[in-house]
Design a protein around this ligand. Structure first.
Ligand code: GTQ
Length: 351
């Protein structure tokens, strides 16, 4: 054996001998453990609503909301099949509720958002208050609050669920409990949280009813859309994101949930966005209009044309560019608050 072969042999013998002792050499994996830049296993993906909806309706025939507990089709990242996640840290799914159904009351430490995609008249109840869903409304289920969903609508209601399930799984910090009641008792009138906290005012002697999570649990589309319209008319456009606002917890000015940031943006007609990349992978729900997103990472390229109710994901550190000929409104969410809390958030805007 020559010298390099001997070295190789010595190493391989070392690896084999120490393997049963649960020891492994760092130098074989160091480059992957400490990458020069984020190297996510997630890939960009698009779910066209026209393709997803028939499966949702078939699920409506195959199982009741009560039997399923939550009748949801998970939007699974194509590169992470079987892991129930859309990015490494976030879960997304489309939930269907049919007239007269109830998704029974439970609570869990995972935080959830609902973004209403189709239909009106279903409700979600959080901590004794119901809110009626309308397309484009953004609703929060704070960690460890009782919640049930139900429908008195006359047609199907579908919403996007966004949860921090993979994050809590990573931290092994998930707890859940079923309620004894199927639907929780209503103890506060509809709209009372929004009246208390949603008008740039707050109760004089107020607490934080949901801890670090926003006390507003329904942000009506009407109001958010109006803000974007006003800004589109009067304010300079951002070359990367058109007009984009983040939803806030009015008590802190921070994100509505400790783990998830949410955004609504409008791309005016004729918008040709510049490219950017960020460490927080983001999930988009198209509310109105049409457009396209071009995504690149290294040598790879993706291009998705989107319309109302379509969903897509832009993974960490993938360069994205948004365009819209006719104009569009996009809702999105990401794990940015966690990146910010850990001081690891990074964004690069290309000119
Ligand atoms: O509505 O409580 O999509 O607990 C996944 C887990 C929805 C919910 C999901 C859940 C819920």
């Amino acid at each position: 054996m020559n010298a390099p072969d001997t070295a190789l042999h010595v190493r391989e013998q070392l690896y084999r001998d120490m393997h049963p002792h649960h020891l492994t050499p760092l130098w074989e994996v160091l480059h992957a453990l400490v990458p020069q830049r984020p190297a996510t296993p997630c890939v960009p993906a698009l779910w066209k609503y026209d393709e997803v909806r028939p499966f949702l309706m078939r699920a409506g025939e195959a199982i009741t909301a009560e039997e399923a507990v939550r009748r949801v089709l998970i939007l699974e990242n194509p590169a992470l099949r079987g892991q129930s996640c859309i990015t490494q840290s976030l879960y997304a799914g489309l939930q269907l509720i049919l007239p007269g159904e109830v998704a029974p009351s439970h609570r869990h430490t995972q935080s959830a958002l609902r973004f209403i995609v189709e239909g009106s008249g279903a409700y979600t109840a959080v901590d004794g208050e119901r809110t009626t869903m309308k397309p484009g409304d953004f609703i929060i289920t704070p960690s460890w609050t009782w919640h049930d969903h139900g429908s008195e609508a006359d047609g199907p209601v579908v919403w996007l669920d966004g949860l921090d399930i993979p994050m809590l799984r990573f931290f092994d910090a998930g707890f859940a409990e079923n309620d004894t009641a199927r639907s929780q008792q209503v103890t506060r009138s509809e709209g009372s949280s929004f009246a208390r906290y949603g008008h740039n005012m707050a109760p004089v002697r107020h607490d934080a009813p949901f801890g670090a999570t926003s006390p507003i649990f329904s942000y009506p589309y009407e109001r958010s859309r109006e803000a974007l319209d006003t800004l589109e008319r009067g304010a300079p456009l951002d070359p990367w994101e058109g007009v984009k606002l983040r939803y806030v917890n009015p008590q802190t000015g921070g994100s509505p949930m400790p783990t998830i940031a949410t955004f609504l943006q409008k791309l005016p007609a004729g918008f040709r966005g510049q490219g950017w990349r960020q460490t927080d992978g983001a999930v988009y729900s198209v509310v109105e209009g049409t457009g396209s997103v071009d995504i690149e990472c290294g040598e790879q390229r993706w291009s998705f044309a989107f319309g109302p109710r379509d969903h897509f994901v832009v993974p960490s550190w993938h360069t994205a560019r948004l365009r819209s000929d006719a104009g569009c409104v996009l809702f999105s969410f990401s794990d940015r608050p966690v990146h910010a809390a850990l001081s690891i958030h990074k964004e690069e805007r290309l000119s």
